[in-house]
Write a protein that binds this ligand. Sequence first.
Ligand code: FE
Length: 186
Amino acid sequence: MASNTLAELYVEELKDLYSAEKQILKALPKLVKAANHDELKQAFEIHLRQTEAHVDRLERVLNELGESPKGRKCRGMEGVLEEGAELIGEDPDPSVLDAGLIAKAQHVEHYEMAGYGSACAWARLLGYNDQAALLGQTLDEEKNTDALLTDLANQSINADAEVAMSSGSDMGGRRRTSHGRHAELR
Ligand code: FE
């Protein structure tokens, strides 16, 4: 559907975000399962609960506007999530995987932040202040998740990944790490 007005653009963005959130809802359990660090697993679990609320908020906003949340597929998010699935499929060393999962999840958060930032600004301009507040809550949760992921990466996960890579190359393959599942050497 072509968007000729800001109001139409706003609805299309909300539908796009709805599709993105529904895709994230399906992907997050796979990230929980794939993550090795307990804190990273927990961060994905918490964000899964938050994502359920994000879906609810979008349904509320679109209902208020008399629009169905369905009818759009967010191809951008589809691509971002596909890259995460590819990484998991490559089955790297557990700490390298964790570092990579953080990066992939931050791509997701930034994509959402861009959409919610625009939707919030448009809601305010269009006079939907309650909707702007609701979308702003979600935007804050995405930003907080992004910041938490940065902290986890900086605290230990990136450093663990770096060590894993250097000793891994010495041994010509994978080794078991403190968080690891993989014992085989190739
Ligand atoms: Fe979200």
